[in-house]
Write a protein that binds this ligand. Structure first.
Ligand SMILES: Cc1ncc(COP(=O)(O)O)c(C=O)c1O
Length: 410
């Protein structure tokens, strides 16, 4: 049972996540495997629920940043293949082998030779840096030498080779095309050297969905699965919808006279007599301080601005022009507008044991009258959807729309 003493919460629509993955899977066709990037707590949505949902959408694998993240999914008994995308140390390799977790290696042949003996065969994907400048072997020659070192060890199984695209979401595709050309050259060299690798992958959401010839045997989908385009200026031509929606409930409404100020630094000065509402969500919840005096929220289906600085745990909004706003009204920070029947009074009236179910059911019944677009909020914050999603902190309670019995794929 989820106790809620502060009504600041997210609704995570797992059927929607499954449906987004299914939509992407259909667009890719049956010959391309889908790895969903579930790192950083499933882009903030909750790694284990994400792992469960994407199975329903037809994903084959999950990508995690660390062995620690992968172990959390293994413990939850996910049937999916797991690949650690980040760098690991020797202990991490041993832990991964024991838990049947594939790892990314990009060290020298000596580093491969010096790895301890694995208790169980360790599945290896080699990474080539073709222009991201972050992780990976630098040349085709280095790739071949390391691949030979991997193949020489009976306790390592070379299963994949990949690269990561730095700017596949840039409509000027030249940088990404250059990366693919370098990758192709390395793949051809690998084949010439007599090394066969069954799973080749290069594309993130942008590579996979903007460029149909960069899909190879597998793609690594992150942001698209969670309902956003990698480039908010370049919409994906697929019906993908946001999975996470962030809400809070007004705790005070005050009438300010012209000239009175709001929040730290007194950066907002009331230009007229106005009504200002306090909302118990702040930068410690993941609502960026850079949204001070610029964020947009919604109350009673009307968009209203953040006024004054965003505090650690609270922020203020200007509700002067919204009829009848009172303590208990729900504020949408991003995502679908809150249901009209969904105020703090109603939330409070629910028995604690039924609250989660009531919130989720009411969310599901809502007419989709509008949405505070996360891409828009991200732009106002000077960042991207990815960062705002990951930033939603653990103290924001997540309510999950269940996958069964009610699977809403519409
Ligand atoms: C190696 C790797 N592959 C795939 C992805 C998924 O990217 P996106 O969310 O843009 O689809 C990421 C995310 O940063 C990544 O680091």
């Amino acid at each position: 049972m989820i106790k809620l003493y502060r009504y600041t919460f997210a609704v995570v629509d797992l059927p929607r996540l499954a449906s987004n993955v299914a939509t992407i899977r259909d667009a890719l066709g049956p010959d391309v495997a889908v790895l969903v990037a579930a790192k950083a707590n499933g882009y903030g949505h909750g790694a284990v629920p994400v792992a469960r949902a994407v199975v329903h959408g037809g994903a084959e694998a999950l990508g995690l940043a660390s062995v620690e993240e992968a172990l959390e999914i293994r413990r939850a008994k996910s049937p999916l293949s797991l690949l650690v995308l980040g760098a690991i140390n020797a202990d991490g390799a041993v832990a991964a082998s024991m838990a049947d977790i594939a790892v990314t290696l990009s060290g020298s042949p000596e580093e491969i030779e010096n790895l301890p003996t694995m208790p169980k065969p360790l599945v290896v994907h080699l990474k080539l840096d073709t222009g991201m400048g972050r992780l990976g072997l630098r040349t085709a020659e280095e790739l071949i030498a390391t691949a030979k070192a991997v193949v020489a060890r009976p306790d390592l199984r070379l299963v994949g080779v990949y690269t990561h695209l730095a700017s596949a979401d840039d409509p000027d595709g030249r940088h990404a095309q250059g990366q693919i050309a370098r990758f192709e050259h390395a793949l051809a060299s690998l084949t010439e050297a007599g090394i066969q690798v069954p799973i080749v992958h290069a594309s993130n959401t942008a590579g996979a969905l903007y460029h149909s010839d960069w899909r190879y045997q597998m793609v690594r989908i992150g942001i698209g699965a969670y309902g956003y385009s990698p480039n908010s200026e370049w919409p994906l031509q697929l019906p993908l919808r946001p999975v996470m929606h962030l809400y809070s409930v007004i705790t005070r409404v005050a009438t300010l006279d012209a000239g009175e100020t709001v929040s730290y630094g007194a950066t907002f000065v009331a230009p007229r007599r106005m009504r200002v509402a306090t909302v118990p969500i702040g930068y410690a919840d993941g609502y960026f301080r850079s949204l001070s005096n610029s964020g947009i929220t919604a109350v009673k289906g009307v968009e209203v601005p953040v006024v004054g600085r965003v505090c650690m745990d609270q922020l203020m909004i200007d509700v002067t022009d919204v009829e009848g706003v009172e303590v208990g009204d729900v504020v949408t920070l991003f995502g679908r507008y809150s249901p009209s029947s969904w105020d703090g009074g109603n939330i409070a009236k629910c028995k604690e044991a039924q609250r989660a179910e009531w919130i989720v059911q009411t969310f599901c019944r809502t007419d989709r009258i509008g949405e505070v677009s996360l891409d828009r909020v991200a732009k106002l914050a000077g960042t991207i959807s990815y960062e705002l999603l990951c930033a939603v902190s653990p103290r924001v309670v997540r309510f999950y729309v269940p996958l069964t019995p009610e699977r809403r794929f519409s």
